[in-house]
Structure formats: C-alpha cells, structure tokens
Design a protein. Structure first.
Length: 330
C-alpha cells in the first residue's frame, strides 16, 4: 500500500485521480460525445456538492464540530431560493438578461442571508454549549435537523415544489454531437469561484491566518487582543451560508424539490467530507468531483449500481487512504 502511495505521489498525487477515472470512463463508454456530456455533468454536480460540503468541512476542520444538522441549511436555502424565484417569475421570463440575473442573485442573496443568520443562531444557541463533546454534538444537531425538516413541512407543505430557472440559463450548447446544459456550466464556474475565494481567504489573508492560529493556539491569539470566539462564529456563519447557497444551486439543478432534500443530501455531503479528508477544503473539492463523476459514469454504464456508487467509492478510497484523499495538516 505504501508503494502505491509513493508511486501516486510521483505522478502528481491524488489530484490526478479524477483524470484517471475520466480516462477509464472514456474507454468504457466509447462514444466521445456521451463522455463529454457525462463529464461536464459530473463536474457541475461535484461543484454543487462542494458548495454544500465545504461549510461542513470548514466547521469540523477549524472548530472540531460534528454538525449533523448542516443539511438543514441546504434544505432551507433551496426552498427560500425557490420561493424568491417563483415570486420574481416575471423577471425570469423577461427578455432582458439584466432582470434574469437580478432575480437569480436576489434568490441566492436571500438563501445566503438566511444561512448567515441561521448559522449565527445555530452556533450560539445549539452548538456552543456542546463544544468538545462529539456525542452530544451528534445528538443535538440531529435533533435540530429533524426540527428543521418539520418546519419546512409546516411552511411549504409536503408536496414537491417546482423551481423555475432564469431564461438565460435555460437550454443547452450544441458543439457538434455534444450537448452541454448551460446551467451546468454556470454551476461549475460558480463552484470554482467559491473554492478560489475560500482558498485565498484561508491561506493568503490576515483573517485566515488568525483563524488558523486560533485553532492551533487559542490562548496566544486571545492574549494578543483578538476575540477567537467571534472568529469561530464567523466561520460557522460562513459554512452555513455556503450550504444554503449550495441548496439554492441544487434546487435550480433538480427543478423539483421536496422536504426530504436535506436528509438525502446529508449522506452525500458526509461521504464527500470523509473521502476528501476531514477539515480539508482541497480534499472536499477533490471528493466532491469524484462523487459527481462516479455518479454520472456509473449511472450511464451500470444504472442498477448508481445508488450504491457513493458507498462503493468511499469504501475503495478509505481502504487505500484511511484518512481520506487530502486530509488537513494539523
């Protein structure tokens, strides 16, 4: 096993894993047009999952909090965005692209604002009393998820909710025999932009340095006059806002959502965080891309195994690298 890891490291490490999977899929699928369509779909799905999972990875890596209620922010983000888009349906159908964009970003803004406020409340009222107690964290955050699902049922009902899309994101691009949905391109670019912003914030800014220093030596940072508890609240709020944004993006991707969305995505989100490496933003991105690609490739090649593809991937990766693909360096 160590020889395999050394060989992989010489070739470029785990970052080449999606390339290897895509190359194998190309051989097995045979049709280049179908392969390109599936690959773009997998990358777009991976980026949306990354938006949802990055907040959970961030909170665990920096604050050591196992938040099983994280997917509640995904659900609320999806339903709030869907409600705003339905309310602004006239703008979505307008010929003016500016109105389409305004409606879309108002929906995203509403989801993000909810995530920030709800994240502050969740951290202050629910999580703060159970810091450094993982068992109580799991129990209390699972209870919060159940309450959140019941709140969604009370507000939006149990029937599926249709999610309209802006006119400029409808349709597909045709390049020869290749068909690529415009929404998937948008999802990929948005997820990539969020990753770059997160990476630069945590590794190239003063606030990122303070957050990482607070994790390593809280007493020293507080002795310098900085409020570490406020920094950690800000991290939790950011993670919740990213989950809500991911839920809003996923709602537009699915176009039909149900109150069970959060529970369904919770499994996928935790799989991504585990196989990527707990607390690692780079690992979360890599894990999300792997999950997205595998789901689309296996769904095409072996539809009966599609539902089990995430579990198969997680087992295979953990047998190879028990700490995940790119675990955070402590």
């Amino acid at each position: 096993m160590q020889q395999i890891n050394d060989f992989a490291g010489r070739l470029g490490g785990v970052y080449l894993l999606p390339v290897v999977v895509a190359a194998l899929a190309f051989v097995m699928i045979g049709a280049p047009s179908s392969w390109v369509t599936l690959t773009v779909a997998g990358l777009a799905m991976g980026m949306m999952i990354f938006l949802m999972a990055s907040g959970l990875s961030l909170v665990f890596g920096l604050m050591d909090v196992l938040n099983f209620g994280h997917s509640a922010f995904v659900s609320f983000g999806a339903f709030i965005a869907a409600s705003v888009l339905a309310w602004l349906s006239g703008w979505l159908e307008a010929d003016a692209v500016s109105l389409n964009i305004a409606a879309l970003f108002l929906a995203f803004g509403a989801a993000i604002l909810f995530g920030l406020v709800a994240g502050w409340f969740f951290e202050t009222v629910i999580v703060k009393p159970v810091y450094k107690d993982h068992l109580r964290q799991i129990l209390i955050t699972m209870g919060a998820l159940i309450v959140a699902e019941q709140m969604i049922l009370a507000i939006w009902g149990g029937t599926p909710v249709s999610v309209p899309r802006p006119e400029f994101l409808e349709g597909s691009l045709l390049i020869g025999d290749i068909t690529i949905e415009i929404y998937r391109i948008f999802a990929f670019l948005l997820g990539l932009g969020v990753y770059v912003a997160l990476y630069l914030t945590l590794n190239r800014t003063r606030i990122g340095l303070l957050i990482r220093a607070g994790v390593e030596n809280r007493e020293m940072v507080e002795a310098l006059g900085f409020r570490v508890d406020r920094l950690f609240v800000a991290v939790f709020m950011l993670g919740s806002a990213l989950a809500a944004l991911g839920g809003a993006m996923w709602a537009g991707y699915e176009t039909l959502i149900t109150p069970a969305l959060g529970a369904e995505m919770m499994i996928v989100v935790f799989i991504v965080v585990i196989i990527g490496g707990l607390g690692s933003i780079q690992g979360t991105l890599l894990g999300a891309i792997m999950v997205g690609l595998m789901a689309n490739y296996i769904g095409y090649l072996a539809p009966k195994l599609a539902l089990a593809s995430n579990m198969i991937l997680m087992v295979a990766i953990l047998l190879w690298r028990p700490n995940g693909l790119k675990p955070a360096v402590k």
